[in-house]
Design a protein around this ligand. Sequence first.
Ligand SMILES: C[S@@+](CC[C@H](N)C(=O)[O-])C[C@H]1O[C@@H](n2cnc3c(N)ncnc32)[C@H](O)[C@@H]1O
Length: 280
Amino acid sequence: MSRPEVQAPPEIFYNDDEARKYTSSSRIIDIQEQLTGRALELLALPNDGIPRLLLDIGCGSGLSGETLSENGHHWIGMDISQSMLNVALEREVEGDLVLADMGVGLGLRNGILDGAISISAVQWLCNADKSYHEPRLRLKAFFDTLYRSLARGARAVLQVYPKDIAQRELILSSAMRVGFSGGVVIDFPHSTKSRKEYIVLTCGPPQSLSTAVTPKAKDEDDDDQTVLNSERNSKRRKLTTKNGKGGKEWVIRKKEQMRRKGNAVPSDSKYTARKRKDRF
Ligand SMILES: C[S@@+](CC[C@H](N)C(=O)[O-])C[C@H]1O[C@@H](n2cnc3c(N)ncnc32)[C@H](O)[C@@H]1O
């Protein structure tokens, strides 16, 4: 099935029919709940029982927002699809709902948010749905205003489905350019089914992402997590290769798995995972 992002602009794709179908699918409900739970973990809010004000960007019919309410937080939900927001209203979600296009900026007061999440929405900004749309400018408007509306030190966690590495880089570099620090957390990087990407951003100086990381094993192949730090001026591409599939750590881990299964595997050396010159 082709990605929704290439089928129609979001406000058209998520029409009345789609909004109802989306919200009544138990599979989607489960997935959105899990993704939001994980985004909340990565937000790393103080564990003091005090409710925080969070923004849910691309809140849809409020599935993600419900998890925020269950965790005791207040939230504002923003979405471009009137049909999705109508379903959210019918479902009497607890958040305040705003019909808006994140690509033109958020229009919130400076420093008002304690955190922001976005579940499966921000990759839509990489498309040019109208003749006057320029993805780079729309991402800039979005991140600029998101940065300003967050309290200093607060985080934004954006779970995304980028089409490819270039899209992920475009989203991440747009965030870095306006002053965010942070990087990408990839859960289950070696599983095509369970792999999930979270862009974890801090408003202000860099912090270690590892404080928010709670590794969890689901199945044999899924016992893994990759954190790609991408603080300003760092060499993002190099880190992606080093920690991602095909990098040295990945090769060593795979070799170890093979050894555990009783296979004969060459021992590790400084040449492990080095790219060899082509032989003619
Ligand atoms: C896959 S749905 C996720 C909805 C919700 N986060 C959830 O957990 O159920 C993606 C949502 O992003 C919204 N969206 C896409 N582009 C947007 C934009 N430019 N501004 C605001 N919302 C947008 C869509 O309308 C849609 O409701």
